[in-house]
Design a protein around this ligand. Structure first.
Ligand code: ADP
Length: 740
């Protein structure tokens, strides 16, 4: 065997080996079409080598012509595969050039089989035997076929296509591929074309050696593919290493996170795949191997909280904001767990969310404690509202809902100011800011009347106690609000009853007073009459004593004034006025004198003598003259009645006055029966009476009047028998102080 046979056979064998290796590679990786195409190229190159060896050994021109014709089949296959390889592997080269070149090559193949003996020769006239490398090689002699022009145009198109593709790849910066793939195809292609043309045209007389140029192309392409494979393997190794490092980092992170009670999670938004750390899986009650997506996660979230979670996720997807959310998770055994979630979103260059990851933590304990606190607050009889530093309501109990007429949802998150009447709002805001500066438990607005504003616009009188509370959301204030409208109503009712009683007293006293008032009026009227008669007599006489007449008239005027005063007092007594409307500075001794005047008739009827021991220079008291007269009048009448059964010598009333503990005191002492110890307090109660015709209202009214004057009324028993009723009123200076 000569070396020509050996070299051509080795060429074919090398190409076949590469073809089979890359075919196997394609079989293992079906999507890698480049490997299959390369396998075709190498196979075609091997076939060309075999045909060329046969050409060298051809004996007749006919045999040579036939072999050359069939050689064209692998050449066509190789060229078409190279075009395909360039388009697929380099992703370059104009497609119209590729299609035109392949089309013309196919046309040449057809012409090759139509023409005899082939597309290169019109006729092979003889074979020249050349001694080549120690062996005889056949070289054709003949006339070139004019159809070979089509082949040459095809070669030009192919050249244009490969140059175009190479330039594109070069410009892309992928120089190695441009040189190895594009460069080798152009270089060896030109050599092949040139050798074929020179031999066919008879310029040189050598055997066809194109297979070595094709081998060059196969070697360059094979090298590039191997290089790719090696790089891919290196990359895979690096990827493995970095994945291992990533895994380690993930594990470290998970350990660190779980050490502080955090569980990690991540969501591949595009593929809807959810990854949870082991801790997070345990939190949700998932098994370690279960495949997870958003639907699966959604199923374990408590139905009432799904909307909260959905909103938080949607917001994170749109804005990338952290959007913390707390929600309940229903575990497989039905237990409820509270979970808090924090997230971060990553977006691609188009602004689409691609990843979301974050942490979860178990807040069940805290939520349960808050729940218990909420239940306690809810059960409280007072309305309770908790507000944060910004003055927004964070907790509202049922009583508060009822009091203000709002639903809880309408209040939570709203400013507390909405419950404060418009006119107080500006004060309230500065008060709130001041309170958080020095937060401690205390009543709000001490000494002032507070009002709350209800949903229907009405106002309700309230009392507010404030307590600072430290919550997970920071310092808050818990306000307990008491509706005092009923109390206010009761106070008004009591005042009304007092007025009624006072009026009733005046009416009941009518019987008693009418006699004395008639007597009172009788006196001045009698005096006026007798004075007027005396004046008439005087005028009837001859000498009129003018000065005497003037005296008589002056007395008439005095008596008339006296009668007027009596009538005036009577009118005041029967008027249903309000307590405290006629307050003025009063001299208590004067009031005693007034009442003594009023009582004059009664005292005579009851055969009672009165002694007075009134202190001098007592300070004035503030009060209503008529009401205080009523008190004294009533005490004296009671004293008279208490002594009804006594001897007339015993029937003595003593009225004293003086200063006691900064107050002016008046006492009425009788010599009647004493009051049993257990009744000392009861005598001041309404309707308490021991008398057959009594109404039990007198002392009760006295008590109310004295209390309305900020004074005291009490009774003591006398050592020598009888009782003493005392009442004291604040001296004027004291009263004034209290008023301010
Ligand atoms: P009444 O119309 O029944 O007299 P009061 O309120 O004036 O109503 O008095 C209530 C009761 O207090 C009397 O029924 C009597 O038992 C007792 N009381 C009042 N004043 C005296 C007194 N000076 N001495 C003894 N008991 C008195």
């Amino acid at each position: 065997m000569s070396w020509i046979t050996i070299v051509w056979s080795m060429n074919a064998a090398a190409c076949l080996t590469l073809a089979s290796i890359f075919f196997v590679a394609w079989c293992k990786q079906r999507e890698s079409w480049v490997h299959l195409i390369f396998s075709c190229i190498a196979l075609a190159a091997a076939a060309i080598a075999v045909f060329e060896l046969q050409l060298i050994h051809a004996d007749t021109p006919q045999e040579y012509g036939a072999i050359l014709r069939w050689r064209y089949v692998p050449v066509w296959a190789l060229v078409v595969s190279l075009v395909g390889f360039t388009r697929l592997y380099l992703r370059a080269g104009r497609s119209w050039l590729a299609w035109s070149a392949c089309g013309l090559k196919t046309l040449t193949l057809i012409l090759n089989f139509i023409s005899t003996p082939n597309v290169h020769y019109r006729e092979i006239t003889a074979l020249r035997q050349l001694s080549w490398g120690g062996e005889m090689a056949s070289v054709p002699l003949g006339t070139p076929n004019h159809w070979s022009l089509v082949n040459q145009v095809t070669l030009l198109l192919l050249l244009a296509f490969f140059i175009d593709a190479t330039i594109i790849v070069w410009r892309r910066g992928d120089r190695q591929r441009a040189l190895l793939v594009g460069g080798s195809i152009i270089f060896f292609g030109v050599i092949v074309a040139a050798q074929v043309m020179l031999v066919v045209w008879g310029v040189i007389q050598v055997p066809f050696v194109s297979s070595f140029a094709y081998l060059g192309i196969v070697a360059a392409l094979g090298y590039q593919l191997c290089d790719d494979t090696v790089r891919a393997a290196q990359l895979a190794r690096k990827l493995d290493a970095s994945q291992a490092a990533l895994l380690k980092t993930e594990r470290d992170l998970e350990i660190a996170a779980s050490a502080v009670g955090l569980a990690l999670w991540a969501w591949d938004v595009a593929h809807d795949e959810v990854w949870l750390s082991n801790q997070a899986r345990a939190l949700y009650g998932f098994s370690p191997s279960e495949k997870l997506n958003t639907q699966r996660i959604r199923r374990v979230v408590h139905p009432e909280d799904r909307e909260v979670v959905r909103k938080a996720v949607e917001n994170s997807l749109q804005t990338g904001a952290e959007n913390p959310a707390e929600y309940r998770v229903v575990l497989p055994d039905g237990r409820i767990r509270w979970v808090a979630r924090r997230s971060r979103t990553e977006f691609d260059s188009n602004g689409n969310a691609i990843w979301m990851h974050g942490v979860l933590f178990d807040v069940t304990e805290r939520r349960l404690a808050e729940e218990r606190f909420r239940l306690v607050v809810d059960a409280a009889p007072a309305a309770m509202i908790m507000a944060n530093k910004e003055g927004r309501m964070t907790l509202v109990n049922k009583r508060a809902e009822t009091l203000f007429g709002y639903k809880r949802d309408e209040l939570i998150g709203q400013p507390v100011e909405m419950l404060v009447p418009e006119r107080f709002r500006s004060h309230y805001v500065s008060f709130r800011e001041g309170y958080f500066g020095d937060a401690q438990a205390r009543p709000m607005g001490a000494g002032r009347e507070l009002f709350g504003q209800c949903k229907d616009g009405s106002e309700v009188p309230i009392e507010i106690g404030l307590n600072p509370v430290h919550t997970s959301e920071g310092l808050c204030v818990l306000a307990s609000i008491i509706d005092i409208s009923e109390r206010k109503q009761a106070e008004l009712e009591a005042a009304r009853q007092r007025h009624e009683l006072a009026h009733l007293l005046r009416v009941t006293m009518l019987g008693e007073l009418s006699g004395s008032l008639a007597h009172e009026l009788n006196q001045p009227l009698t005096a006026i009459l007798s004075n007027a008669q005396a004046a008439q007599k005087l005028l009837a006489g001859d000498a009129v004593d003018v000065s005497e007449l003037r005296e008589i008239l002056a007395e008439i005027v005095d008596e008339d004034k006296h009668a007027g005063e009596v009538i005036q007092r009577l009118r005041v007594l029967f008027r249903k006025g309000e307590v405290g409307h006629h307050f003025g500075n009063l001299d208590i001794s004067q009031i005693v004198q007034d009442v003594l005047k009023l009582m004059r008739n009664d005292l005579v009827i009851h055969d009672v003598t009165v002694q007075t021991e009134l202190a001098e220079n007592l300070p004035a008291v503030q009060g209503d003259r008529v009401e205080l007269q009523q008190v004294l009048l009533n005490l004296m009448l009671n004293g008279c009645e208490a002594m009804a059964d006594c001897d007339s010598s015993e029937r003595q009333l003593l009225i004293t006055s003086g200063m006691e503990n900064g107050a002016v005191r008046v006492s009425v002492t009788d010599r009647g029966g004493s009051i049993p110890e257990e009744r000392m307090e009861r005598v001041f109660e309404p309707f308490f009476t021991t008398k057959a015709n009594g109404m039990g209202l007198g002392l009760s009214v006295c008590h109310n009047i004295v209390k309305a004057h900020r004074g005291n009324i009490w009774v003591t028993n006398n050592a020598e028998g009888g009782a003493t009723f005392h009442f004291s009123l604040p001296a004027r200076s004291q009263a004034q102080k209290n008023n301010t």
